[in-house]
Design a protein around this ligand. Structure first.
Ligand SMILES: C[S@@+](CC[C@H](N)C(=O)[O-])C[C@H]1O[C@@H](n2cnc3c(N)ncnc32)[C@H](O)[C@@H]1O
Length: 292
């Protein structure tokens, strides 16, 4: 039994997984997850679906996010919008992104006209980008598989008079969604971890093809080894999310890592720090290893 299954196991969970077909358990998990007043919804969903997570991690994560279940619980307007709610790891990410742009001769506040975010949820990072980081940008768009989050985000953004546009789409469909388009900056934070390496590699390739200046990634950091040294992805025990070597995915897709940051076991309010900034072409490296 893997760590993830063991973590969420219980005699009831074990019995349900043996006695009840997966299709019915999926419906149960969805119904259970929608009852906000129920305690231990996250644990319940994981226990009901632990075998699904083992067998088909991509399908499992898609199932939970697309139904706004389990770890999606905290993605609500009141908890995510506004400077006071912006996660400090994302502020670090934007600060590095601005530095990378300046080092390439682009002033973020005036020189970035278009931005795309993969896995944008409610659109709060795009709104931050619009108001604080890239105020000159006229096109700010994002996609997410979570239709609930996108609908809530659209309503909220309309009330703010924002230019940000959100699409409901799986990242596997980015090629179609972005066909014929290029954005100066494309970013993807905390999202590749929900698909395995072959699929993450395809997404990285699509993003590099559709970005003009910089493609930026934030992934899960391996706590002991620099992710750039990982031969194969590791798995986070808590939820089965993948710890990727994004440096390698970028290089395999023909991009060039121009700046990176791996902070190992550092815990920034529950998030780890592993950022990779890439150009579609082949410029020289600015930094390798641990950034200080
Ligand atoms: C951990 S949240 C990160 C949200 C935001 N990018 C941030 O950094 O705060 C992961 C997001 O990825 C989205 N996501 C997961 N799998 C996806 C997929 N296959 N296609 C598109 N979005 C996906 C989820 O719905 C969720 O909004």
């Amino acid at each position: 039994m893997t760590t993830m299954l063991a973590r969420h196991d219980s005699p009831v969970g074990r019995w349900l997984r043996q006695a009840v077909p997966l299709g019915i358990r999926r419906r149960l998990a969805a119904a259970h997850g929608r009852r906000r007043w129920l305690p231990a919804r996250y644990r319940g969903a994981m226990a009901l679906l632990a075998d699904f997570a083992e067998r088909d991690p991509n399908g499992f994560h898609r199932f939970l996010w697309s139904r706004h279940l389990a770890y999606a619980d905290t993605y609500e307007i009141a908890r995510r919008y506004g400077p006071e709610n912006l996660h400090p790891s994302r502020l670090m990410f934007f600060a590095d992104l601005e530095r990378v742009l300046r080092n390439r001769g682009v002033e973020p506040s005036t020189g970035v006209a278009s931005v795309f975010e993969v896995g944008c949820s409610l659109g709060y990072l795009l709104r931050h980008a619009e108001t604080r980081v890239f105020p000159a940008a006229r096109r700010l768009e994002g996609n997410d598989i979570d239709a609930y989050a996108v609908d809530e985000g659209r309503r909220h953004l309309a009330g703010l008079g924002s230019r940000v546009r959100l699409h409901v789409a799986d990242m596997a469909q980015l090629g179609e969604l972005l066909r014929g388009q290029r954005f100066d900056v494309v970013f993807c934070a905390g999202v590749l971890m929900y698909v395995d390496e072959p699929e993450a590699g395809r997404v990285v390739g699509a993003l590099l093809r559709h970005s003009g200046l910089v493609t930026a990634f934030a992934g899960l950091a391996h706590p002991q080894r620099d992710n750039a040294e990982l031969g194969a992805p590791a798995v986070r025990p808590r939820d089965g999310a993948f710890i990727h070597n994004i440096d390698r995915l970028v290089e395999h897709a023909g991009g060039t890592v121009v700046y990176r940051r791996w902070e190992g076991a550092l815990d920034v309010r529950g998030n780890t720090i592993y950022f990779v900034f890439a150009e579609p072409g082949h410029a020289g490296h600015e930094a390798k290893g641990r950034a200080r």
